[in-house]
Ligand binder design. Sequence first.
Ligand code: NCD
Length: 315
Amino acid sequence: MKHLRSIDELGHDGVVRLLELTRHMVEINARPVPKVPALRGKTVVSLFFEDSTRTRLSFETAAKRLSADTMTFSVSTSSVNKGESLRDTIETISDMGVDAFVVRHKSTGTPWQISEWTNASVVNAGDGWHQHPTQALVDCFTVRQALGVERFDGLTLTIVGDIKHSRVARSNISAFSMLGANVVLVAPPTLLPPDVAHWPVTVSHRLDDVLARTDMLYMLRLQSERMSQGHVPSLREYGETFGLDAARVAKLPSTAVIMHPGPMNRGVEMLVDPSALPNSLIHQQVANGVAVRMAVLFDLLAGESSTAHLATVAS
Ligand code: NCD
């Protein structure tokens, strides 16, 4: 694998391979000194043209735990502000000798464009509404770990909220269905994309109708910065219809789990304190984020004999 730009490009076998590799990384992260020399001499650049807390920091932590060198590109203090193009920026950084770009950009397709301009590997850390493959791997790993399953056959995974503007939803729908899940989307019609009928999902507009058959409830925020107009009449009304409150938590089966990719908007989609819910996996998602990104960087950069190489670093 040279790049990780979408879940579909990775395919079922690639998803399973990275989830297996993540298990080794979790084991490394549990050590007193969670650091191995696997990527010594490699350089990873994070190039975030959009805001991020979890994704950027977890990629940087992942690279450091594998002993790669890291560079952080900050748009606000770069020559982008002097009119330098994306292509010239990429070529300039490439000339310094880098092995991987981790890219987040508001435009769909940017990671594919970048891979035309550099010989380095490109990892998509979110492109517009389109894809966020490492978040989907995090979420698959977290569901597997929490529910003690490898595949999701027979499980109903329900994604609630602003599906239309969500790259997380698009990547998760692909990954969850590759692993056999029954994926249910719950949103008002204004927050569903026009082509949803062609997606491998069933759609409901009533959250209360699907809770009792949900094994994992995945809440999304309203991604206002990606909206061109008001898609909901009011935030209060949205919360009443699609928000997670204590009454809705009580309607879930006792074995069901609750997830959110962050950032969370308390008082809008999240009307309960998730840290008070025993079945919330939000902290596990963040912790697994580091291990998944270690697996991705290792898979891309460790080279031909990477499995044998892992055996040496993981022992
Ligand atoms: C998401 C993103 O940026 O796509 N956050 C994340 O990476 N964990 C979701 C969001 O912005 O709502």
